[in-house]
Ligand binder design. Structure first.
Ligand code: THU
Length: 160
């Protein structure tokens, strides 16, 4: 038996104000997108903003449904739209912010497992890492330089 240890390399910013100006602006776009979420059931709104290598910014928010599983997270709403609209473009950065109607979200809110898998697919497709920044409504911002730091042991097409 061998032991195998997995580590993640994350940068923690004290607040949005500590971010580089371009990322701060992208996070601002995520805030704007977040406020367009359709989340009457969870009262939890998430916004995503994607910077593409062609300079375009694509945003998305979570869209819920009375049939709960039919809804979609903000990350996949945005990333699927980016893939559909600009299939040749590479994703450079992804900014995420979450807000609740029930409490102030201060803990950085990472993408859920399904969204991590979807982000991983695009990283593999474009063969370059995607910077991921995530936060709550306020407080610290976490940066991952690649989805590999959030989703180790990725299942990808190489296993098929
Ligand atoms: N949600 C996202 O949009 N992204 C995530 O990564 C986590 C969860 C949404 C889905 C649902 O509309 C609400 O947050 C509560 O789970």
């Amino acid at each position: 038996m061998e032991k195998f240890t997995i580590t993640a390399d994350l940068d923690i910013y004290k607040s949005i104000d500590e971010l580089p100006e371009d990322v701060k602006a992208l996070m601002g776009d995520a805030f704007t997108a977040r406020d367009k979420a359709y989340s009457p059931y969870s009262k939890f709104s998430v916004g995503a903003a994607i910077l593409l290598d062609n300079g375009e910014i694509i945003t998305g928010s979570n869209q819920e449904n009375a049939s709960y599983p039919a809804g979609l997270c903000a990350e996949r709403t945005a990333i699927f739209y980016a893939g559909a609209k600009f299939p040749e473009a590479k994703i450079i950065k992804l900014a995420l912010s979450a807000k609740s109607d029930k409490h102030t979200v201060k803990i950085p809110t990472p993408p859920c497992g399904s969204c991590r898998q979807a982000i991983a697919e695009y990283e593999m497709k474009q063969e370059t890492p995607i910077e991921i920044y995530f936060m709550g409504e306020t407080g610290k911002v976490v940066k991952a330089n690649s989805i590999s730091d959030l989703l180790p042991l990725i299942f990808d097409s190489s296993f098929l």
